[in-house]
Design a protein. Structure first.
Length: 651
């Protein structure tokens, strides 16, 4: 009987539930009359109006609260709370109308007794349905919370199914597969279904999760599968690494929510081993900002290329401790005999940077240290320029003076026609390196007495790319946390778009681009197609098994809220200032042709900027940046927090 009811269409089941609730409202009304009048007489006269009113009010209110969308056999405390709210509203309206009509033969207290009885009877019907429908029948155990289908009936799917059976932590329903030769067969006693069966499976078993067990399919095919699964509003899970499963290192607990890479990722391009190792193998490497999102991944890529020494420069003590611990474990795993050197220090401290470069004589410097959060830098303009511009200047100067062979700057797409201090400061940092690269013997400000021009043998390269997935401050972990908390998911503008790349791919391309430079090159990474942030929000919500709550679906789970662009943000990011980028030996690395000022001119402008930074003269800072950085369009309002506080005090 349970199976027959479960197999009924949703509309039929909703009709049955509505009819049952109508009967319950009639029964609750009769019982209320009986308790109040102590009479079991058949309804007569105006009493019929009370019965009619109960049905007319109750069904629309219960429907409005979404009680006919719930799956009875999984009714929990949240559904019971919704029932209480719905019937409380119903009771208030029912009582008010009875008092207002003052129907002969209908006591006013009926408006209090009937809703109470109705509440207990409706809640009881749901509880009974849950108990009756979730009784174990055969091999189906509906009482388990997660009801899982495995997409992929190959070796990976069979292996994870065996683990699930052994651990008994999930309720496995069966398999899905595209291969017609597998459809209809059984694996570990579970049937293989075709994709066309999925709607029926979801309806019959109330499937909550689909686990992707297709580790060998292409990224494009994976995206096609995800596009199909999105419409069914089930959680999509990813499989742990198969090698770990085989070695017994991974467990069911390692099955994780779909990685954002599966939403935005693209087919990887295998790295060129010669480019990866050219500036690293057997050499001393310095990474600034080693504890950051990009800096830490750079360190991992560098460890794999087996340098002699890796200098980790980081101003945050905990971040330095954490990346050092991670790299020790990675080096042991890769059997890479790398000497790791922890260095606390800031790129704003030239003496400290020069000391590091003089003592350890690094061959290659990867400069990843930067303030990159657009609104925060806009609110703290002088500090942003001090860190991004003069921090780069300090490291570049120390590199030239200590004879560093290669210097690679991690830049950003926000440096192109910037609308914010962060982007303008990163473009100016690029210009510093471009100018130094073309100056045979640059003269530095505040050099020791008698010191003249320094011969520049350092090859400078800049690598420009967009957002990296799951970096600190990225929209992706923010969305993930907001979805976990039940929303709303916040989007700054419906039209805002961004480029995205995985952190490992970005780090690999940075290393390879730096190895291709002849000095002064601005490399631009191929970021693929830009992504609308609103589309990303929709995909993350839907692939979490939830519904977007909007005007078309007021009963959805997660609302998307538009908050407006923040200071300095723009709708679209770009990667090139000029036109016609040059191709390189790598298909995803291009070379840009960007104008810059010669060092003799730029150095004097930097002196002016340094004085403005020391005095926190935000207006002067913006004026100088507008003069130096092509395309910089400052935000109309000054939002620097210190500047606003000082001016408020003057007023």
């Amino acid at each position: 009987m349970q199976t027959y009811i479960i197999k009924l269409s949703r509309r039929v089941k909703q009709f049955i539930v509505g009819a049952v609730d109508a009967l319950i409202s009639v029964a609750a009304t009769w019982m209320a009359f009986y308790l109040r009048l102590d009479s079991a007489d058949f309804p007569h006269g105006y009493q019929w109006h009370a019965y009619q009113l109960a049905i007319i009010l109750s069904l629309p209110i219960l429907m409005r609260f979404g009680l006919y969308r719930a799956v009875f056999r999984y009714t929990g405390m949240a559904a019971m709370a919704t029932i209480v709210k719905a019937i409380a509203l119903y009771g208030a309206i029912f009582f008010t109308i009875l008092v207002w009509l003052a129907l002969p033969g209908v006591p006013r207290t009926l408006g209090l007794i009937q809703p109470i009885l109705f509440l207990f009877m409706v809640a009881g019907s749901r509880a009974f349905a849950r108990i009756w429908l979730t009784r174990t029948t055969g091999n189906r155990r509906f009482e388990r919370e997660a009801r899982l289908l495995i997409y992929g009936a190959g070796a990976a799917g069979a292996q994870i199914a065996e683990v699930i059976q052994r651990k008994r932590q999930l309720n496995l329903i069966g398999f899905l597969d595209d291969d017609p030769q597998l459809v209809g067969k059984t694996i570990n006693a579970y049937k293989v279904h075709c994709l066309a069966d999925l709607p029926h499976m979801i309806e019959l078993y109330s499937v909550t999760d689909i686990l992707l067990a297709m580790p060998t399919i292409s990224r494009s095919r994976r995206n096609e599968v995800l596009a199909v699964l999105r419409q069914y509003h089930v959680r999509i899970r990813s499989l742990p690494d198969l090698s770990e499963l085989a070695q017994g290192k991974a467990t069911i607990a390692d099955i994780h929510e779909l990685d954002i890479v599966d939403l935005l990722g693209r087919e990887p391009v295998a790295p060129n081993p010669a480019l990866i190792s050219r500036n690293i193998l057997g050499k001393v490497i310095l990474v600034t900002g080693a504890g950051g999102s990009v800096g830490s991944e750079l360190c991992r890529q560098i460890i794999a290329a087996r340098p002699a020494k890796l200098l980790l420069l980081e101003h945050n003590e905990f971040s330095l401790y954490q990346i050092h611990s991670d790299l020790i474990a990675l080096a042991a795993e890769l059997n890479a005999p790398v000497e790791l050197i922890q260095l606390l220090g800031s790129v704003r401290d030239y003496e400290r940077i020069l000391e590091v470069c003089t003592v350890w004589k690094p061959h290659t410097v990867y400069h990843a240290a930067a303030y990159k959060h657009v609104p925060l830098v806009e609110y703290n303009a002088a500090e942003g320029v001090r860190n991004n511009v003069f921090g780069t200047y300090n490291v570049a100067r120390a590199a030239v003076e200590s004879g560093v062979a290669d210097f690679v700057l991690i830049s950003t797409d926000k440096a192109v026609r910037p609308t914010n201090i962060m982007g303008a400061s990163k473009r100016l940092a690029e210009m510093i390196l471009q100018a130094l690269a073309t100056s045979a013997a640059p003269t530095f400000e505040n050099a020791p007495a008698g010191a003249g021009p320094v011969s520049c043998r350092t090859r400078f390269a800049m690598v420009r790319f967009g957002n990296v997935l799951d970096s600190s401050g990225s929209v992706v972990p923010l969305f993930r946390q907001q979805i976990k908390e039940g929303g709303p998911v916040t989007v700054t503008d419906l039209e805002v778009t961004r480029y995205f790349m995985t952190i490992p791919e970005a780090a690999q391309l940075v290393v390879q681009a730096g190895a291709m430079t002849e000095g002064g090159d601005v490399f631009v990474l191929d970021m693929g197609a830009p992504v609308k942030i609103i589309d990303l929000a929709y995909r993350m919500i839907e692939l979490s098994g939830l519904l977007v709550k909007d005007d078309n679906n007021p009963f959805g789970d997660i609302e998307i809220k538009v908050t407006g662009l923040r200071p300095g943000e723009k709708l679209y990011e770009e990667l090139l200032i000029g036109e016609n980028p040059q191709a390189t030996a790598h298909p995803r690395i291009m070379k840009a042709q960007e104008d810059f000022l010669p060092w003799e001119v730029l150095s004097s402008e930097l002196q002016l900027l340094a004085r403005a930074v020391e005095g926190n003269q935000v207006e002067v800072i913006r004026t100088i940046l507008e003069r130096l950085v092509i395309g910089y369009l400052a935000h109309p309002e000054l939002v620097d927090l210190v500047y606003l506080k000082e001016n408020a005090a003057l007023v």
